[in-house]
Ligand binder design. Structure first.
Ligand SMILES: [Zn+2]
Length: 427
């Protein structure tokens, strides 16, 4: 009888066990954890006041690593349509991001000799924060952006924008219209693409024979070195090392010929690629250097990634110790910013209004709403002057210099600035 019962239990659990997740690039089964951040709501699902009393879906935030191609990745719990059809992120609200885009455009136009006969195409062109600089220089531009509300802003600025999700189908349609990119820009989009092979395959199809693709993405090496676990969120499906990015591009006929390390988003890479069959640019020594650097860190083997998860837990404990100590001393703590990364951090650490009274954000779309999961209220930045907190926790820590200089007057009146990553630090 006992044996029978156990048999039943075993067969039942075998039937109920979900299919093991598979790598979004190479389809190998995913058996290894990179870091498990528990259950979290979607980080861009800001809660309006009328939904404060409603239930909210939470999903596992469990990053796995593929033992074959070493792509760090999350399961896809929500369709990109649900995330991006009305997206709250307008790139132009960040001054430093707009400046970064302008510098990039100027150097690319110069380096690749782009002119009125060329075509610059940007995938996930957002509100035209980058292509506006292309148009200003008299170079034809075309954006592709899935969020209609964000694309509308670009169109009002006079930037031709196709509303849709990029992949092989859209690429073929553009190519059939004779629209091949001389410069194809994909900044901070590759991570958000659920069907990686369809997206990169599309890039290869829409790129002209002598065209250049540039791809910017947060560098996994920086994420690990800087303990940037808060940049892991559901909308961010993949996390690339240089070696893995190179593998993915090569599989789709794109050859990496140059790479630059950038300070954006806590440390990014800008990878330059060309058609493997027709591109003629020589491969730069920097490609060899960055690959060697990653091999030295053992990023070419799965063991090289162990050790990250315990450091993440330690960071959580230190931040909580700081906040609890502030509250016990009667200090007031408020946040600055309401970025996606802040929501991963606050939910993983279990920080609610007892530890962080409120936050502020320059984006009027977010003001008056509440952070997902934690329900910390989001006010306009003027609230910092009215409430006068003792400490201001900067959630978009990658923009800390910009924020500290914008808020210099608050420091003069006694407020102290705090960053949570790589570990809690009072500036
Ligand atoms: Zn894989």
């Amino acid at each position: 009888m006992h044996v029978e019962l156990r048999d039943q239990t075993e067969s039942q659990s075998a039937e109920e066990a979900p299919a093991s997740p598979r790598c979004r690039f190479c389809a190998a089964p995913l058996r290894h954890t990179f870091v498990d951040l528990g259950m979290s709501p979607l980080c861009e699902s800001y809660v309006p006041p009328e939904r404060q009393g409603a239930a909210e879906p939470f999903y596992p935030l469990h990053a796995r690593i593929c033992e074959l191609c070493l792509l760090v990745q999350l399961d896809e719990f929500v369709s990109p349509e649900a995330i991006f059809t009305e997206y709250a992120y307008f790139s132009s609200y960040s001054d430093s991001w707009v400046a970064h885009a302008r510098d990039y455009v100027e150097s690319a136009i110069e380096r690749f000799g782009l002119d009125a006969e060329s075509l610059v195409m940007e995938l996930a062109s957002n509100d035209g924060y980058l292509l506006q600089h292309v148009v200003e220089r008299g170079v034809p531009a075309l954006g592709v952006e899935p969020a209609a509300n964000v694309a509308a802003v670009a169109q009002e600025r006079g930037i031709e924008t196709v509303i849709g999700f990029f992949g092989r189908e859209l690429a073929d349609r553009l190519a059939a219209e004779g629209r091949h990119a001389d410069l194809l820009v994909a900044n901070n989009v590759l991570a958000h693409v659920p069907d990686l092979n369809d997206f990169v395959g599309g890039m290869q199809r829409v790129l002209g024979p002598q065209g250049v693709v540039t791809i910017e993405f947060p560098h996994l090496e920086r994420l690990i070195a800087g303990n940037q676990f808060d940049t892991i969120y559901h909308e961010h499906f993949s996390y690339f090392s240089f070696l893995t990015a190179q593998t993915v591009l090569r599989a789709h006929g794109l050859e990496v010929f140059d790479v630059e390390e950038l300070p954006t988003h806590g440390g990014s890479l800008r990878v330059y690629a060309q058609q493997e069959s027709t591109g003629r640019r020589p491969v730069s020594g920097r490609v060899v250097e960055v690959a060697a650097q990653e091999r030295a860190l053992e990023f070419d083997r799965i063991d090289g990634y162990a050790g990250f998860a315990p450091r993440v837990m330690e960071t959580k404990w230190k931040l909580l110790e700081f906040l609890i100590e502030c509250r016990r001393d009667g200090k007031r703590v408020a946040g600055y910013g309401a970025p996606g990364k802040g929501n991963t951090l606050l939910n993983y650490c279990g920080i609610r209004t007892d530890l962080l009274e409120f936050t502020v954000d320059r984006n009027p779309y977010k003001q008056g709403q509440f952070l997902p999961g934690t329900h910390i209220p989001i006010h306009d930045p003027g609230e910092l002057e009215r409430a006068r907190p003792d400490f201001i926790l900067i959630l978009p820590w990658n923009l800390k210099e910009e924020i500290v200089s914008q808020l210099a007057h608050l420091r003069q009146s006694g407020a102290r600035f705090v960053v949570p990553i790589p570990e809690v630090e009072v500036l």
